[in-house]
Design a protein around this ligand. Structure first.
Ligand code: 3HC
Length: 692
């Protein structure tokens, strides 16, 4: 089987692309396709050409791995597409699976498109910080209209073949054998002339308002990003310029977007997300358990949110509380959440009832005896957790996974009270657990491979992005955020306003800065932890400016007042009393106040994450730098187009990060220093090699 197979079906030539797993347009594919077109052109007996994907899909796009190759070495998709468009014999794209990006662009350059009913098609380039660069911005609006094309190109989300048929993007839907029907279709249209070329169509009657609205929209959905603006400009050109002009401009803007740090960041995340699913030492055939039922201990905010993930995936849940009132309250919150979703039209009331019917409330822990997985989501206290796991050890059936949703505690210690530590794992959900996509999967010393593999598979099933982390205080996400929080407080001590710190992070693209985030999480949480830790360590009672704010009853958004004031709209507004409190604090402690630039604030905050991340990596708590980036994007709102904190540091250059840390009087982590000295990067760092 060659990378592009040529098969003659009488007077039709079928070109089958075989480039698993997703038939990306990799080196070798254009050569094979050109050879196929040469054969069709040179043989009078061939009247039409069908292009089809071998395996599970049509072409899923350009090969993202080749984006950084020099232009002359990268597969020439545009060259192939130009030839296809001008080809003198009819060409038919036969689509199954997904036709994405360059894949859909190939299909759009064919004269006809047929597709299986379950196929999907889209232009997801925006998710990689680029734009459809092989005619997509010019052809799609000419077929489906500007409005729909903008919607598809700006969201990057694919549409179903059935919708594509209604839009005229697909000429025929296929129920039976795709290849056979595509050949029959090609034969039927073999003599049709002139050939229907999308590039020859015109777009008329589009109100300028459409583009103005789109530009306004991306200000909210893609703040600070380059390629969405380019996409709108190019779509507008379809209404004002001939195809050839838009086609050339598209090439120029594609290159500009592709060579931007934003695209490098997003591509890094694309691969990091896929890598995160792979666990060194675990093979594909590691046995997994089918999770058919779940038990959750605790019907509070966390327990309820976790339960919803399972209910959404159709997995029955038994939820346990210690008192009837708390149980009723927990259930009512879950129901209210679902009903609110239904009000927004995203669920029917029938769905709501179906999900609620999968939920069994109980006050009796023994009712968890049949559950395949039990997740404890109670108060963060080692004594309480140990007590629960001791009981669970007696109740749970053999083989059940016993998981803790702790965000900081030692999972090894929790596992040690059971007679089956190999069945114990940490599943750290992020609040609100029914919304946030991140799941830190905490591998304890004795967690079995099978429990780990089952947990990873379960994460996917319930729509989470699972990342494996090791045991330490705060695991990856919270351990880093503590350092960031400390740095933010220090910045204020030195003279910054809380709103300066937040504004710097907002400018970077984080929806919330450190203080907006603390207010949302509740200031009392950190306050109680600080007070508790000081007590345990025999240290004086903490008395930072933030502690003083909490002691005035300002606990954050939930009390309408924290570092900021909050009205009905929940927007943070600076408060004069807080500003005065900070000023008094500085004066009392003899802290000299100075002006801090946005650059300094940004560097100190982001590099505090990076420095702790490097240490975490060195200790083996995270397997790879990309895992840390995935955690920060899905758990903390770090903008993907910045590549996550570690990807951002790579982009800045580790030497520069080290120099900045030193300038601010901080000690770079040994791994960070070493990589900077070697001219290395986090992305290029490989634990196995570094230990060899
Ligand atoms: N290039 C290179 N590798 C790709 C790829 C691509 N376009 N698409 C997927 N892969 C790789 C993945 O990295 C993964 O590799 P791995 O097994 O080594 O980790 C493997 O293919 C399978 O991918 P998934 O794990 O994502 O498989 P799924 O079945 O879950 O999803 C998919 C399949 C829907 C095709 C998904 O992979 C996807 O969305 N791919 C990206 C599609 C895309 O963005 N296309 C546009 C590319 S840009 C472009 O075309 C520019 C043009 O306009 C000029």
């Amino acid at each position: 089987m060659s990378i592009v197979d040529q098969t003659r079906e009488g007077d039709i030539l079928v070109l089958t692309i075989n480039n698993p797993p997703v038939n990306a347009f990799s080196p070798g594919v254009p050569e094979g396709l050109h050879a196929g077109l040469d054969a069709a052109e040179g043989d009078e007996g061939i009247r039409a050409v069908v292009i089809i994907g071998g395996g599970r899909t049509f072409v899923a796009g350009a090969d993202i791995k080749t984006f950084d190759l020099p232009r002359e070495q990268a597969p020439d998709l545009r060259g192939f597409i130009s030839r296809l468009d001008a080809f003198p014999k009819p060409t038919v794209a036969a689509i199954h699976g997904t036709a994405l990006g360059g894949g859909l662009e190939i299909a759009l350059a064919c004269h006809y498109r047929v597709a299986t009913k379950d196929a999907k098609m889209g232009l997801p380039e925006v998710k990689l910080g680029v734009l459809p660069g092989a005619g997509g911005t010019q052809r799609l609006p000419r077929v489906v209209g500007v409005q729909k094309a903008l919607e598809m190109m700006l969201s990057g989300n694919p549409i179903k073949a059935t919708e594509a048929k209604e839009l005229g993007l697909v000429d025929q839907l296929v129920e039976g054998d795709l290849r056979e029907e595509a050949v029959a279709f090609a034969r039927e249209h073999a003599n049709t002339r002139p050939l229907p070329r999308i590039s020859e169509r015109t777009v008329e009657g589009v109100s300028p308002q459409v583009f103005a609205a789109a530009r306004e929209g991306i200000g909210k959905t893609h703040r600070g990003q380059l390629s969405p603006g380019f996409i709108i400009d190019l779509a507008e050109m379809t209404t004002t310029q001939p195809f050839a002009v838009g086609w050339e401009e598209e090439a120029r803007l594609f290159m500009a977007a592709k060579d931007s740090p934003q695209s490098r960041g997003l591509r890094h995340i694309f691969f990091a997300e896929r890598e995160a699913g792979k666990i060194p030492g675990l093979t594909r055939d590691t046995p997994t358990t089918d999770i058919r039922s779940a038990g959750i201990i605790g019907a509070g905010t966390m327990g309820g949110g976790i339960a919803m993930n399972f209910l959404n995936a159709g997995i029955p849940v038994t939820i346990v509380e210690t008192g009837q009132e708390a149980l009723d309250r927990g259930l009512a919150v879950i129901r209210r959440n679902y009903e609110n979703t239904a009000k927004k039209g995203r669920l029917t009331m029938e769905d709501v009832e179906k999900r609620m019917s999968l939920l069994t409330p109980t006050l009796n822990m023994e009712d968890l005896a049949d559950a395949d997985i039990i997740i404890e989501a109670v108060f963060e206290d080692m004594g309480v957790k140990k007590d629960i796991f001791t009981k669970l050890d007696a109740i749970a059936k053999p083989g059940a996974i016993l998981a803790t949703n702790t965000s900081t505690l030692d999972v090894n210690e929790i596992a040690s009270v059971t007679g089956r530590p190999e069945q114990v794992i940490g599943l750290h959900f992020f609040s609100p657990a029914n919304v946030m996509r991140l799941l830190e999967i905490v591998r304890a010393d004795r967690t079995s491979d099978s429990v780990l593999a089952t947990s990873m598979a379960l994460a996917r099933r319930i729509g989470k992005v699972g990342v494996v982390v090791g045991v330490c205080d705060g695991f990856v996400g919270n351990r880093m955020i503590h350092r960031y929080g400390d740095e933010a407080r220090k910045l204020v001590e030195e003279g910054a306003n809380p709103q300066d710190a937040d504004a710097a992070m907002n400018a970077l693209g984080l929806p919330m800065g450190p203080f907006q985030m603390s207010d949302m999480a509740g200031l009392d949480v950190g306050y109680l932890i600080r007070q508790h830790q000081a007590k345990v360590r025999g240290l004086p009672k903490p008395d930072g400016w933030l502690d003083r704010i909490v002691e005035r009853g300002r606990k954050g958004q939930k009390t309408g007042a924290g570092i900021y004031d909050y009205g009905e709209d929940r927007k943070p507004r600076p408060n004069a009393e807080v500003a005065q409190l900070i000023e008094d604090y500085r004066a009392e402690k003899g802290l000299e106040s100075r002006e801090l630039s946005q650059e300094e604030i940004t560097e100190r905050l982001v590099y505090s994450l990076v420095n702790e991340g490097a240490q975490i990596l060195d200790e083996g708590i995270a397997q790879r730098a990309g895992d840390i980036d995935v955690i920060y994007i899905y758990g903390y709102g770090f903008p993907a187009h910045r590549g996550g904190p570690m990807g951002y540091a790579d982009e800045v250059g580790l030497k520069n990060v080290v120099a900045a840390l030193e300038k601010y009087g901080q000690t770079p982590a040994p791994l960070l220093r070493r990589l900077a000295e070697e001219g290395g990067s986090f992305a290029g760092w490989d634990r196995a090699k570094s230990q060899a």
